[in-house]
Write a protein that binds this ligand. Sequence first.
Ligand SMILES: [Zn+2]
Length: 596
Amino acid sequence: MLYPRELIEEIRFQNDIVDVISQYVPLKQKGNSYFGICPFHHEKTPSFSVNSEKQFYYCFGCGAAGNVYGFLMQMEHCNFVDAVQKLADRANISLPEPELTPKAQEMERLKQRLFEMHKTAGRFYYDMLHSAKGEEALAYLGKREIQPNIQRKFGLGYAPEGRRVLYEHLSEQGFTSDEMVKSGLVMENKDGRGYHDRFYNRLMFPIFDVQGRVIGFGGRILGKGEPKYLNSPETILFNKSRNLYGLHLARKTRNKELILVEGYMDMISLYQAGFHNVAAALGTAFNQDHAAVLKKYVESVILLYDSDEAGTRAALRAIPILVKNGLAVRVIQVPDGKDPDEYIRHKGAQEFSKLLVNAEHYISFEVKCLQKNYNLENPQHKVEFTTEAAKILAGLDNAIEQDVYLAQVATMTNIEETAIRNEMEKMKTKQEEAFSKEAQRKRIQNYTEQSAAQFYHSKGIMEAQRSILSLWIAHKWIYDKMKHLLLPEDFLDPAYQKAAMLIGKWYQNEEAIVPADLMSYFEILEEQQKITAIFATKEEVENKYDMEKIINEGFRLIKHAGLERKKQTVHSIEELQILNIEQRKLTQLYITILDG
Ligand SMILES: [Zn+2]
């Protein structure tokens, strides 16, 4: 814990959740609750609720939930400490220096130094670009028609000739060689003596994180030479798979659609032309982590890659990754083999808008790419093409989309739709068989660990844990009746274990349990969501008969599942017998609360 608990409670208390959320989402009052359109999933009718009495939010549509800290974490994509700092600011509460472990302190200090260094380096490169040394680089930008205001916005710069220019500048600014090497901007000489700059004679593009801080650089060579583009290596600031160039600007548009391009220049020239919802994956092929990052901000992606062979191949690789992550995907191929940057420069923004509107569904793009490998005049080719196309179509979940593209393939090949559909059905069966075989293989492989863990997190068991915790929080006397029968470690979910432990501690100290303060103990969003669900999904039970029923059913389910879990790891028959006996005893145990 970074800050004292009381302070975290005070800051929470000073930031009414309805006020804070209202700054992002218009809310309408209904009794004790407020409703609005959920900012975390796409919807037309409000299912996002804010409970002003208990100070938490809960979305009935997507399950997003938490207290005011959770909301900020989810909305601003920040961590718990950032959320505390933001809300402290908002309430004009000053924070003490955070309490970090020495190792974490050292890490934090290094990070701050590297942020500082990247800022210094960025300024240095910028100044170089506008000095006599930068003439050629500046002329290049002029030729590419990048306007001065855009150059500034993106902090473009120039790394001059000479192998120690930046090194010397950073030394003068008080950075150590060790820090410089850790930033990746400077490298140790091969013979181990002395240092040199990573970038020289390159046009420099600062790479920003989503919060707009410089975390690395990309450098484009001027004139001839290899490689054409060189990027900073991965460092404690820069993770290539989690950063997309330009995302810090794109996310500000709050547009749910993003144009994904291949490089710096495409990104910048689209931005300059007024398309601000654009980003590029850099220095590494588009991968799963990129898609997961995008999914946080957008619902659909328009792929705008070069229309040459390499670009097409890259697009075909990115499509399944995006689709698998639940993003809608469309594709634009710039006509005449031009790259997007060239196209915009020659044709202008308005023509480019037309391309955007006409972006095609990824399936149609895949089929078209496939067709290039075949000559449809040749009967054998025609059969092969149709079979492959059927395979692609069979992968579509949406029946309407399937129909549309089926018709397209039928027109292309002059083959009856029904014939293709038959082929698709066969494919589907094959795919399903392969899938279930694979699933079975995995099931066997992971049985002990994985699937068992899933079982203990099944809906019923999660619900049972929530019901009991909810009753404990509402009624200390129920907790007192059960505390020796159901210990914190009996709870199967780690978050609920911790909640049970905290409840016990507070009751022992005769402290009141405030739901929203309990939530603050869970600094990871998923955990806070689980805790909030204790309060959000339950009607309060008043009737003691109902309570007794909930308690006994839940208690038995939790204990039983716990014993089952223990059975997975026994080492002897004797241990197993003991567990079996315990399980049998459990069926005879009944907790009565009606006299209490
Ligand atoms: Zn929602």
